[in-house]
Design a protein around this ligand. Structure first.
Ligand SMILES: [Zn+2]
Ligand SMILES: [Zn+2]
Ligand SMILES: [Zn+2]
Ligand SMILES: [Zn+2]
Length: 333
């Protein structure tokens, strides 16, 4: 299973230590990257309230225990089924604890009544949890969170592009090396394959510039007739090139092959780089749009309804509350 963070990255549950059973309970998943890169925002994955029957299971973390979310303000159970099962369990416990059969019916009736009261309590808790949400701060919180996630994405894109640029530098280096080696091979009428064309990133890092310079030195050496007398240098640079005849058995056609390879790499990386640049621009624009919303929309546009912000706030809750309180009162009297 996978979870999506608001930064748009997907995570395997096992990679973020999330038991698969708990996935349904996740309200808003915050990935480790977003958490770490925004310590001041104290971001944390939020959870829905779990079905009460599941919570009260003898082994709540077993897969037999219900792991569905409760119906929020409407019930602390995920379903009528779980509500009934929970009550049955309670009755059984009551019986085991010495409760008498003849009193059981009363108890069941009471349980039903209490359920009405419980709903009321749930609603109250729900309200307590979000004390009169000041719309500005809630909006700001949401904006902060979005910016945090966008910043994380931006960081990742920038990092990725820097890596890609580095790889591109290496391709350009190789392109130059192919050219130098080909020219030299032509001039000295040898195979001229340069082993350093196989250099990986580390070697390129350490010796890249030196490799290109070695061609100048080598050319000087080869121009002077007394190669033998500068033997020290000859050995230090000479071992890289194949001294076989043109089209030697081991390297025949290396020039064409390498040119094609470099061209392909260059094109691929250019495409990736431009994609990353576009993405970076989009993210930056997204951040700007949050920080400086277009003035045309400044006239308090109604916030879009979303899953994270159920539009219950002003309308439905008081009604449920009223009903529930009434119910409770009626039954009590
Ligand atoms: Zn994230
Ligand atoms: Zn994974
Ligand atoms: Zn349940
Ligand atoms: Zn060769």
């Amino acid at each position: 299973m996978e979870l999506r963070c608001s930064c748009d990255e997907w995570y395997h549950t096992q990679c973020v230590n999330m038991p698969d059973l708990e996935v349904d309970l996740v309200d808003q998943f915050i990935c480790p990257v977003c958490m770490q890169s925004n310590p001041h925002l104290h971001l944390q994955t939020t959870y829905k309230r779990r079905c009460f029957f599941g919570l009260k299971h003898t082994d709540p973390s077993s897969s037999n225990a219900c792991h569905k979310p409760s119906r929020g303000a409407f019930s602390k159970y995920c379903s009528d089924d779980c509500g009934i099962k929970y009550m049955q369990m309670r009755i059984l416990q009551w019986e085991r604890g010495g409760g008498k059969r003849d009193k059981l019916w009363e108890s069941v009736k009471n349980a039903e009544k209490r359920e009405g009261v419980v709903v009321c309590a749930d609603v109250k808790m729900e309200i307590d949890r979000k004390p009169s949400p000041a719309p500005v701060s809630a909006q700001k919180r949401k904006a902060d969170r979005e910016i945090a996630c966008l910043n994380t994405r931006l960081e990742n894109v920038v990092k990725e592009r820097e890596m890609m640029k580095r790889e591109m530098d290496m391709v350009l280096w190789r392109e130059k090396l192919v050219k130098l080696a080909s020219e030299r091979a032509e001039r000295v009428d040898e195979c001229g394959w340069d082993q350093r064309l196989c250099f990986g990133e580390e070697e390129w890092d350490d010796f890249g510039a030196e490799v290109l310079e070695s061609y100048e030195e080598k050319a000087k050496e080869e121009a002077s007739d007394d190669v033998m007398q500068v033997d020290g240098i000859t050995t230090s640079h000479g071992e890289w090139w194949c001294t076989g005849k043109k089209k030697c058995e081991r390297h025949a056609g290396w020039q064409k092959l390498r040119v094609a390879e470099v061209a392909f790499d260059k094109e691929t990386k250019e495409t990736i780089l431009s994609t990353l640049t576009t993405r970076e621009r989009e993210i930056r624009k997204g951040i700007e749009d949050i920080l400086y919303p277009p003035s045309t929309n400044a006239s308090q546009a109604p916030s879009k309804p979303s899953l994270a912000d159920p539009p219950l706030n002003g309308i439905i809750k008081p009604r449920i509350n009223g009903e529930a309180v009434e119910k409770g009162k009626k039954k009590k009297s």
